[in-house]
Design a protein around this ligand. Sequence first.
Ligand SMILES: [Zn+2]
Length: 110
Amino acid sequence: MIAVRLGHDNLTCPELFTLPRGQRLSFYPNAKIAVIDGRSYRVECFPAAGGQGVRFAKSTVEFYDVFIPDPIAVDAADAYAACDCKGFEAHGHCKHLDAAGVISNVLGME
Ligand SMILES: [Zn+2]
């Protein structure tokens, strides 16, 4: 008999958030999966000069990179949060950027 493993190590326990502009975010910390308004992304955090990068991958070939400046980094004074999706380029904000802020808090990034 296979033991049933309880815990937060699978897709059964998302953390639920409402983003500043009303979108719903479900984040699965261990699987690193984010679902924003029903669209799922694989989330990958990576170091970036002057801050932190968060990649939202719709697939292996289609992804958006969000940059979150480190507020205490001296050389980040001129840095600003950004995403390379069309929505951010057009409007200066997007759901990826909003979600990245939440996710970075969940994951405890500095
Ligand atoms: Zn975006």
